[in-house]
Design a protein around this ligand. Structure first.
Ligand code: BES
Ligand code: MN
Ligand code: ZN
Length: 499
């Protein structure tokens, strides 16, 4: 896909050929500026697009409210085959996303290859507005086809976004355009791997996906197997993997864009390629969605795919413990006690609380990088979905500054999160008579007790945890990965570049 950002007035945009022109109309657009009531009543042919919009508004056929649309086919005023007016209300980045999504949903025609989105009627557009438009268009046109070879692939080949002439400086336009393409490539890499069914995204294949990123400048990848992991004494991680016939992988990615002396940020992604619950077997309904239990891992891969294109002057390490959680004669059993890499012992009271068991060893491994911060990303608990639904990811952090930066990155990218508490009292339920800790507490505050478990392995560095169980994929008719929280992570990392 070719993405282009230009500064251009609407009249000029209307003269460009494309399959569809989508014009976002904000509530600041005043029809009386372009056409009087009397003129509208006579229905004189509009002389320009503003007049056309004004007439449609006067006639009650269009309103600049969010999600309102008017479709026009082959109009003399425009070179584009289709024109869509879409209301964007206050013109916020959030509304731009929603408006573009609505417009494109109404343009399901497969013949749209070239799309132009005009933001030039909006009074103040910035980098966030432009990103929102591109992301929404990319998201709406994404097609999963890996295991659906007959599906029509993505038809869209060109997306142009036009902003008002003086909205951004030429250098800003170039900078934003340069950064959008790798950003979207990262999001789509994450979606792609998250969407693949478990038999097409085994730990081995995830390892290969990671290795494919080593072709890019400044990226190195190491994929460890059972022998190396056993040497590292990752007893907790290995106990989850032991029930499966698929061999585990521990993936280490390194992006080195800055001097070696600069401490890296470490991203740790939960890579359970399928979560049956193990001996504490999950119920059958919707169990297929547990192929998405590696969305944390996919977000780390996607972030690295984007870093490859962005080449910021920072250092980032990605760690992915990857395995299946299966019941079998060899599987770990409730009550089993294992020794984690940290030396702390864990009583496994529920084999379905496996994510924390693979993450804890990766968090201990992270110490060796003397990181400036460690962020783990995991589809960790159903309880987080109950707490925050599908809008905001759960954010847990022992470090206020880190929490604030991640929260801000969420707001700026539109990939939202919400901080949750970590009071020590919440760890009470993790006490065990047979080990240093149990892997589960009671049902109450389940996303918090899970975070408290992880926290026991993070004493050596500033740490944050993102529970993406509610945000990483959609269920129902639109079932599929969202690519979240790649935008949040990239924003956070690029901000750290600026500091
Ligand atoms: N992968 C699941 C969490 C999950 C469940 C995410 C549903 C999204 C939707 C995780 O491994 C899990 O099973 N967690 C248990 C923890 C419990 C046993 C303490 C859960 O949330 O039920
Ligand atoms: Mn589980
Ligand atoms: Zn899980």
């Amino acid at each position: 896909m070719e993405l282009k950002l230009i500064a251009q007035e609407l009249t000029q945009t209307s003269k460009t050929t494309s399959d569809a022109l989508v014009i976002l109309v904000p509530d600041t657009f005043k029809p009386e500026k372009f056409v009087s009531k009397a003129a509208a009543a006579k229905v004189a042919a509009p002389q320009n697009l503003q007049e056309l919009i004004a007439q449609a508004m006067r006639a009650g056929d269009f309103e600049p409210l969010l999600g309102k649309t008017l479709h026009v086919y082959r109009h003399a005023l425009i070179q584009a085959t289709r024109l869509v007016l879409v209301g964007v209300a206050d013109g916020s980045a959030k509304n731009i996303k929603a408006a573009v999504a609505t417009a494109l949903a109404g343009l399901k025609s497969t013949s749209i290859k070239k799309l132009t989105i005009s933001l030039s009627l909006l009074e103040d557009t910035d980098a966030a507005s432009v990103r929102a438009a591109f992301f929404a268009a990319a998201d709406a046109s994404y097609v999963y086809s890996t295991t659906k070879p007959k599906a029509d692939g993505r038809k869209l080949t060109h997306i142009t976004v036009a902003v008002q002439k003086d909205a951004m400086s030429a250098t800003e336009l170039i900078a934003v355009q340069a950064y959008i393409t790798p950003f979207i490539a990262g999001i789509e890499f994450a979606k792609e791997w998250a969407n693949r069914p478990a038999n097409h995204a085994t730990p081995t294949l995830l390892g290969k996906a990671a290795q494919s990123l080593a072709q890019y400048k400044n990226i190195k990848v190491d994929v460890l197997g059972l022998k190396e992991v056993s040497k590292l004494k990752m007893g907790s991680f290995m106990s989850v993997a032991q029930g499966s016939d698929q061999p585990l992988r521990f993936i280490v990615l390194k992006y080195s864009g800055a001097a070696k002396t600069m401490a890296p940020t470490v991203l740790v992604g939960k890579g359970i390629t399928f979560d049956t619950g193990g001996i504490s077997l999950k119920p059958g309904a919707e169990m297929d969605e547990m192929k998405f239990d590696m969305c944390g891992a996919a977000s780390v891969l996607g972030t690295f795919r984007a870093l490859a294109g962005l080449q910021p002057k920072i250092n980032v390490v990605g760690l992915i413990p990857a395995c299946e959680n299966m019941p079998s004669g060899k599987a770990v059993k409730p009550g089993d006690v294992v020794t984690s890499m940290s030396g702390q012992t864990i009583e496994n009271l529920n084999t379905d609380a496996e994510g924390r068991l693979i993450l804890c060893d990766a968090l201990t491994y992270a110490e060796r990088f003397k990181p400036r911060a460690v962020i783990d990303i995991a589809t960790l608990t159903g309880a987080c979905v109950i707490a925050l639904g599908n809008l905001r990811s759960g954010l847990f952090s022992s470090d206020d500054a880190l929490a604030q930066s991640l929260f801000d990155a969420g707001e700026q990218s539109g990939d939202l999160c919400w901080r949750m508490p970590l009071d020590e009292d919440y760890a009470e339920g993790l006490k065990s008579n047979f080990a240093d800790m149990a892997n589960v507490a009671g049902r109450a505050g389940g996303s918090i007790t899970a975070a408290k478990f992880l926290q026991k392995f993070t004493a050596k560095y500033p740490w944050a945890h993102l529970d993406i169980a509610g945000t990483a994929w959609k269920s129902g008719a639109a079932k599929g990965a969202t690519g979240r929280p790649v935008p949040l992570l990239l924003h956070y990392l690029l901000e750290s570049d600026a500091k």
